[in-house]
Design a protein around this ligand. Structure first.
Ligand code: 4NP
Length: 142
């Protein structure tokens, strides 16, 4: 799960998907920018998670690297800007094919960082829907 800062959208996406799949599936998240490396998720993402039975408070932000293409089979980005940034780090067609917008209809997950509570709530709903589709597409049912 990849967003810009790895404190709002992608840690929430990580927690949501993790909650829907068996514990042997590795779900991780990262940001394309390094501004928040080592930071906890935004308190508003932690709150939205908590309200939906998902604890993301222990996650720590990190930056996406080229090595992630070796470690992960699927890379989901939140918006077109993340997509462009991640694609600059690809080394092969195989790497490129791992990268997709998270929303099944290629809708972007708007950055809620400068938004209000409703922006985070909308983010949760879009991510929950997206993760339900991922579970179906990849046959990841628990
Ligand atoms: P995220 O949101 O990409 O969903 O984690 C953001 C968090 C921080 C910033 C931008 C977006 N920032 O500019 O610090």
């Amino acid at each position: 799960m990849v967003c810009l800062g790895n404190i709002c959208r992608s840690p929430l996406a990580q927690g949501i998907l993790k909650n829907k799949v068996s514990s042997n599936i590795i779900v991780d998240s990262a940001g394309t920018a390094g501004y928040h490396i080592g930071n906890s998720p935004d308190p508003r993402s932690i709150l939205i998670g908590e309200q939906n039975g998902i604890n993301i408070s222990h996650y720590l932000a990190r930056k996406f690297t080229k090595k992630d293409f070796n470690n992960f089979s699927h890379i989901y980005v939140m918006d077109k800007s993340n997509y462009a940034d991640v694609l600059t780090l690809t080394n092969s067609q195989e790497d490129k094919e791992k990268v997709n917008l998270i929303h099944p209809f290629d809708q972007e997950i708007p950055d809620p960082y400068y938004g209000n509570y409703e922006a985070f709530d909308k983010c949760y709903l879009l991510l929950n829907y997206s993760c339900e589709q991922i579970v179906k597409d990849l046959s990841l049912w628990t």
